[in-house]
Design a protein around this ligand. Structure first.
Ligand SMILES: [Zn+2]
Ligand SMILES: [Zn+2]
Length: 116
C-alpha cells in the first residue's frame, strides 16, 4: 500500500515501508529495493515522501530494480484503473510510473553505451 504520498514528482509509485529502511535508503544514497549504493547520475528518483513523523525522505532506486518493479506496478495499475482503460495519458499514476520507468531504461541504455 502507498502510505504517505506527497511531493511534486512520482508521488504514486509504491515503495517499501519506511520502517524497513536503512538510513542511507531514506536519504536516497541506497536503492530502496536492493540496498545497493547509488550514483546520483545513475539512479531513478521515485519522488520525495513525507513519513508518519513528518520527516521528508527521498526514495531512489538503482535502474536494475526500477525497471522490473515499475513495469510490474504499471501492469497491475493499468489492469485496475478506469482512467487508464479510457485514456492512460490523463492518469497521473500512469504518468508517474511511465516517466520513472523511462528514466530507468535510459540509465541502463546509457550504461551499455559507455561500456562499449
Ligand atoms: Zn536496486
Ligand atoms: Zn491509471
Amino acid at each position: 500500500m502507498v502510505n504517505a504520498t506527497t511531493g511534486p514528482r512520482h508521488p504514486t509509485i509504491t515503495v517499501p515501508h519506511v520502517g524497513e529502511m536503512a538510513e542511507g535508503q531514506l536519504r536516497g544514497h541506497l536503492c530502496v529495493w536492493c540496498g545497493q549504493g547509488l550514483r546520483p547520475d545513475a539512479s531513478v528518483d521515485l519522488g520525495p515522501r513525507i513519513g508518519e513523523d513528518d520527516h521528508r525522505w527521498y526514495p531512489r532506486s538503482c535502474p536494475a530494480c526500477a525497471v522490473p518493479q515499475l513495469h510490474g506496478q504499471l501492469v497491475e495499475h493499468t489492469g485496475s484503473c478506469e482512467q487508464c482503460a479510457d485514456e492512460p495519458r490523463l492518469c497521473t499514476v500512469w504518468e508517474s510510473l511511465q516517466s520513472a520507468l523511462r528514466e530507468g531504461r535510459r540509465i541502463i541504455a546509457r550504461a551499455r553505451t559507455d561500456r562499449s
